[in-house]
Design a protein around this ligand. Sequence first.
Ligand code: NIG
Length: 396
Amino acid sequence: MSLLITNLGELLTQDAEHRVLRDAAVVLEGERISWIGPAAKAPAADQSFDAGGRAGLPGWVDSHTHLVFAGDRTAEFEARMAGESYAAGGISVTVEATRAATDDELTRLLLGRVEEATAGGTTYLETKTGYGLDVGHEARSARLAAGVADEVTFLGAHLVSAGWDADEYTDLVCGPMLDAVRPYVRWADVFCETGAFTPEQSRRVLEACAAAGLGLRVHGNQLGPGAGTRLAVEYGAASVDHVNHLSDADVDALAGSWSGGRTGTVATCLPACDLSTRQPFPPARRLLEAGAQLALASNCNPGTSFTSSMGFCVATAVLQMGLTVNEAVRAATYGGALALRRHTGEDVDGRRAVGSLAVGHRADLQVLDAPSATHLAYRPGMPLVHAVWRAGVRVR
Ligand code: NIG
């Protein structure tokens, strides 16, 4: 079955040439894009959808979420808004509630959150474990996530589990816990920050997980300056996330990881989290000018960023971080795909590229209820998603 989506007033392809087409059309053939170009030259298809002059762009690629959780942290948020600062320890409140939830409850919550993200235009989504923090509960979180999310990351090293010595807990993460989650996950992550894992413990996690064949990601430089970004680059992580407190050396390391045509470490910015924790925004413009690659992600979680709205993240990146609309949209689509290494070709596991619109890529596309993507920032907070296709299937 083929579908012609036509009469797109503007189409931000986020392809290799960063093309923005006017009066454009796209043909979806099954789960893939089979044609893109001027509407006047579009081939016939089995069905058609008239976008009425609206703007089209790739579905959002949300490369950083923590959706496997139960419980509520409203009180912590209120205290923060009254002046308390965010500390990693709040994670343990969610760990307790998550452990107490049944598989059915967690699955229902997880599905509801994915549905919410899809309604907001997200068509490819990563999520993490990290609210189990013992072997059984981390493995359960990984298994449930694998049934729902496109990518799953092992984050046993989110917080030292209550009652454990930090080094002994790190041994558990690197041994039995890693073995238990391994069948369900493609990635591993570590929260390298004061109050979570030291640089030395983070190294051990990264080495063990790389040895187990997992791709690496790091939570780094969220709450203050530190070693997270440097470790991410040193270990060839696909992404370092948060990056609020970067030194010049950190920026240079991130930019340098892409030099000579290499695929380096993406700097993933989480602006909704920065608002909710009142952290300074990452130096996005400085990173781009230095030659680093950016992603934008929602970081949807109960502690620091309880939203999956990528449109909100894009608006914030434009209004507060100094990105242009096109730069922010690129970071939230192609950038996320790059951070998940799904930006190109077909991977070993046969998946199509996401995050940009080109022939052969997965047919993940959204049409905005607006004539241009500029409206995402010009009309922040408005429900601008008109239609969404995921792998060629209309999901909204
Ligand atoms: O990315 N920084 C660590 N992890 C989450 C917060 C998790 C929580 O507080 O529950 C984050 O912000």
